[in-house]
Each structure stands twice: as structure tokens, then as C-alpha cells.
Design a protein around this ligand. Structure first.
Ligand code: DGY
Length: 323
């Protein structure tokens, strides 16, 4: 049986690579840098499958250069780099990796909130810099216990964060387009967007990036938050207007921000926001554990192989063109 042709963007574990190579003839770009567009278009000329990555823009134009393509799989739950309508137009199912990264991402998101509130990262810098010269000269944080956490975009990851926060004695409110029974069941209370901004001591953002959510958090939204509030973004950088966040932090309209995602990404060290003391930034590591990344890669390969064999992808975003 002849092998299917596939393009792989990203580095895969050796066992997974072998599994793919049994069925596929591969063109692989495993460098951290972005693949040159010309090379990608050349490889896609006769590719039947593609493992894509968040730095690749999948749009109508790209797909029009890939006449044999019948499946795209990507190791992420977010797919804001992909024009799903275009994939559907070309009858190409797109598989992402929901579910498997929920707990790891919830850990990191909760960790960002905890580390900011208790100044864990600052404490370590303090000790390293030799500033711990007296038990009375230490960075002071704030309690989580008894505080209100507002989650914007509360799905599976949000619920897992909420459970961790409840264990720390926090009250949970949330805002989605409409109330969700699964959220109410765990004791989270629905709030209007404005109500959540005004009431929360901590705000965690977990909404996917779309045209509607781009710059959802700007000057007006920060001005409604408590001056003592902590703002955590673990979704996509462009959900936040970075200049407005910078101003809100400088003008003490909010107390602190913790970001696992930035706009642009990676963020430049000369970006003004990097000079602030009341911010913590991590390099988009929500799902970055060995175990979770392995599960994501494995699901991605299963999705790719399913599509190449014209079988149903296990997790497909545009299920109307799934096999
Ligand atoms: C996701 O899965 O969307 C994570 O943010 C990694 O990109």
C-alpha cells in the first residue's frame, strides 16, 4: 500500500514519529522558528495531511495551494490561527486537542494567581539578590481566602480552576454568553460582564480569541475593576489591549497582572509593560508539562491518521465535514 504524504510542523517524540512514518511519507519542519512560507506551500502541493502549529496561518489562500489535503491536526485547544470556514469550504476536517490539557492548564492558571497574590516569584528574586537581611523586610502579598474570583469564559478549564480556588476558600462568579448548568452545579454564580469586573478581587480570562473577543479588555474595562484587583490572562494575548493594561497598571487602576499569553508573542524585552514591578509574565506554558504535551501530540497524530484513512477524527472542530 502506498504511503500518504503529510507535512509535520513541530517536534514530535521519536515513538510518535515512528508511528507516523509507518503510514506516511513526511516533510518535517521541527525548528522553533517559523517555516518559510514558500517551503510550506511547496510541501503542501501534494500533501494529504498537515500537522500545523499556532504560528502558521491557515486560510483560504493557503488551502487553495493544497489540492490533495484531506486533514489538518494541531496540538492545541485554541485554533485562532485557523480559518475554520475555509477548512470547511475545502471539506478538510480540523482536529484540535481539547480535554487532555484541562488540568495542566488549570494548574498553571491557578499558579499564576497564587504566585502573584503571594509574591512567590518576587520572594525568590529577593532571596537571590541577597535582600533577605531581616525577617521583617519581605514582600507582602494578599489572601486568596474569602476573596471573589471572577472567571470570564468558564468552560472545562475554568471549572477546574474554580475547584482549586474553592479549595482555597474563594467565592466564584463567572461570565459566559449565558449561564451554564455545569458551572452553577459546582457553586459558581453567573454575573453580567460589568458586574464581574466590578465585584471581583481576582479576574481570570479564559475566552478563546475571536473577532468578538479581540481587545475585550481595554481602558473602559480596566477602569471598572477594583484598584486592588488582580488580573490573570491565560487565554490569548490579543484578548487584552496591552497598552490599556500597561496604563491601568501604571495608574494603579488595578493592582497586579499575571499573563501566560501576550500580544505580540513572544513579547519583546523592550515592551514598556516589561519594566513594571506589578506584573508576572510566563511564556505561554499553560499546557507545557511532559505528560500533557505527550497526550496532546498523541491525540494530534491519531486525528491525522484517522483523517488520512478517511475515518472520523476523535476531536474535530468542524464536525460537519468530519469523516
Ligand atoms: C492551547 O492549547 O490553545 C494552548 O494555549 C497552547 O497553544
Amino acid at each position: 500500500m502506498s504511503k500518504s504524504k503529510a507535512v509535520v510542523i513541530g517536534k514530535l517524540d521519536n515513538n510518535l514519529m515512528e508511528k507516523l512514518q509507518e503510514q506516511c511519507e513526511l516533510n518535517v519542519w521541527d525548528k522553533p522558528s517559523r517555516i518559510p512560507q514558500e517551503l510550506l506551500l511547496d510541501w503542501l502541493k501534494d500533501a494529504e495531511g498537515l500537522i500545523s502549529r499556532g504560528d502558521i496561518k491557515i486560510d483560504d489562500d493557503l488551502l487553495s495551494h493544497a489540492p490533495a489535503l484531506r486533514v489538518i491536526a494541531q496540538s492545541s485547544v485554541g485554533f485562532d490561527n485557523v480559518d475554520i470556514t475555509a477548512c470547511t469550504k475545502y471539506s478538510i476536517p480540523f482536529g484540535n486537542t481539547p480535554g487532555v490539557l484541562v488540568e495542566a492548564t488549570a494548574d498553571l492558571t491557578f499558579g499564576l494567581m497564587l504566585s502573584s497574590a503571594r509574591r512567590i516569584h518576587e520572594g525568590w528574586e529577593y532571596v537571590k539578590a541577597g535582600k533577605w537581611d531581616s525577617p521583617f523586610n519581605i514582600p507582602l502579598g494578599v489572601d486568596l481566602y474569602g476573596k471573589t474570583l471572577g472567571i470570564v469564559g468558564m468552560g472545562n478549564i475554568g471549572r477546574s480552576v474554580a475547584k482549586r480556588a474553592q479549595a482555597s476558600g474563594m467565592n466564584i462568579i463567572y461570565h459566559n454568553r449565558s449561564p451554564r448548568e455545569e458551572n452553577e452545579k459546582i457553586g459558581a454564580k453567573y454575573a453580567s460582564f460589568e458586574g464581574l469586573l466590578e465585584e471581583s478581587d481576582f479576574i481570570i480570562v479564559l475566552v478563546p480569541l475571536s473577532e468578538q473577543s479581540r481587545h475585550l479588555f481595554g481602558r473602559e474595562e480596566f477602569s471598572k475593576m477594583k484598584p486592588t484587583s488582580y488580573f490573570v490572562n491565560a487565554s490569548r494575548g490579543a484578548v487584552v489591549d496591552t497598552v490599556a493594561l500597561y496604563e491601568a497598571l501604571v495608574n494603579k487602576e488595578i493592582a497586579y497582572a499575571a499573563l501566560d499569553v501576550t500580544d505580540p508573542e513572544p513579547i519583546n524585552t523592550d515592551n514598556p509593560i516589561m519594566s513594571l514591578q506589578n506584573i508576572l509574565i510566563t511564556p505561554h506554558i499553560g499546557s507545557a508539562t511532559h505528560e500533557t504535551r505527550m497526550k496532546m501530540a498523541s491525540l494530534t497524530i491519531d486525528n491525522l491518521l484517522a483523517g488520512l484513512n478517511r475515518k472520523s477524527l476523535l476531536t474535530c472542530v468542524n464536525s460537519n465535514v468530519n469523516y
